[in-house]
Design a protein around this ligand. Structure first.
Ligand code: 6MZ
Length: 362
């Protein structure tokens, strides 16, 4: 694992509320238990459980959302999630989250996102570069990913970008509200839109207008695509030609052909696919076919908290399951940089980081 821990990596598919530490969830559950909002012993069992079907995962998300329904908690979990990724040498993180309206506690999509952005600023363990067009605060003025302090000690730096998710339970209006919010918050690091949520809920026609608008306005778009067999939707998503898709588990022959001809990068989440039984085992996972076909792909975690994994662990799994060595995984990490939703300057810097770490292998 040490090799994969120290390797500089980019994480492009991580849901905020799915990446919360178990210890934080248990602490939050205990507080709500004491207040009588939930029954702690019931919830503890659900949080500690490891194997969940896709349906159970979405039930768990409903529970997590009860635990994290508070601006301060959103700020806390954002800070912790960024620090956790940085601690395993993730040098560029695209964190996605669904802005939520909850009038009963004075939460709007805008104030939810405000709490997320506060969490980014609250990170102290590493320097965070999050403003795409600025040379201030987020340490972007120092172009090296390791900042040297006056005392000569080195501080780590991580790039963070935010994607706003549209939940498949939402209406066209709610989806449009999310896209408009993303546009408003562009200078603060919001770079794109994701479509996610329970794949058996909702219809493409509901989200299409908002996704189309997002694209017209120059936001990047990534879609959860083919988590369950749904040929009509998969075709519509491929026709849309998003900048990336997540999962692609339930594709048929024709759909693979189209995907490959369009070269749409795929965010691969091995543990998530296995745990949710979307793919029966790693030896039949589509990673191998896409890798051999040199199709663009990125190894990601999906929900490091919910699936008890880390990006280093996903690299380790890929190495073991598909017989890849360090060089091959360095190459995969380097290739992933081409698919980040950031400008060429950031990409160049990230490639330098990976190249210089790879040189140390010699
Ligand atoms: C589809 C998923 C997901 O947005 O509250 N989410 N959607 N497939 C997956 N794979 C198993 N994992 C997470 O983070 C949690 C939300 O992300 C989406 C779901 O909508 C979930 O409610 P946020 O930060």
């Amino acid at each position: 694992m040490e090799d994969w821990l120290s390797m500089p990596k980019v994480e492009l598919h991580a849901h905020l509320n799915g990446s919360v530490r178990d210890s934080t969830l248990l602490e939050l559950a205990s507080v709500l238990g004491e207040k009588g909002v939930i029954v702690f012993s019931d919830v503890e069992h659900v949080i500690r459980k490891n194997d969940r079907s896709l349906t159970e995962v979405f039930r768990l998300f409903d529970l997590i959302h009860i635990l994290t329904t508070d601006h301060k908690v959103i700020t806390r979990i954002t800070k912790e999630v960024i620090e956790d990724f940085a601690s395993e040498n993730v040098v560029y993180l695209e964190l996605r989250t669904t802005p939520k309206n909850n009038a009963s506690i004075g939460m709007s999509k805008r104030s939810y996102l405000g709490a997320v952005l506060e969490g980014i600023k609250a990170v102290t363990a590493v320097d965070v570069a999050f403003r795409p067009h600025s040379s201030d605060v987020g340490s972007q003025k120092n172009s090296s990913l390791v900042n040297h302090t006056c005392s000569g000690s080195a501080r780590k730096k991580i790039y963070v970008r935010i994607l706003l998710s549209i939940d498949r339970r939402e209406t066209t209006e709610a989806a449009m509200e999310t896209v408009k919010l993303a546009l408003e918050m562009r200078d603060l690091g919001v770079v794109g839109i994701d479509l996610s949520g329970n794949p058996i809920v909702g219809e493409w026609v509901t989200f299409f207008p908002a996704l189309q608008f997002a694209r017209e306005q120059g936001l990047y778009v990534t879609l959860h695509c083919g988590e369950v067999p749904n040929p009509k939707e998969i075709q519509a998503m491929l026709d849309f030609q998003p900048q990336r898709i997540g999962h692609a588990c339930c594709f048929e022959e024709e759909e693979w052909k189209t995907l490959k001809s369009l070269s749409i990068p795929v965010e691969i989440c091995l543990t998530s696919n296995i745990r949710t039984n979307t793919i029966p085992s790693l030896d039949v996972h589509h990673f191998a076919d896409l890798y051999n076909a040199k199709h663009p792909l990125v190894i990601c975690t999906d929900d490091s908290g919910v699936f008890s994994t880390s990006l280093s662990n996903e690299y380790n799994l890929a190495a073991a399951a598909f017989g890849l060595g360090k060089r091959e995984l360095f190459q995969l990490a380097r290739n992933s940089i081409d698919f980040v939703f950031a400008d060429d300057g950031v990409k160049r810097e990230l490639k330098e980081i990976v190249n210089s770490a790879e040189k140390k292998l010699d």
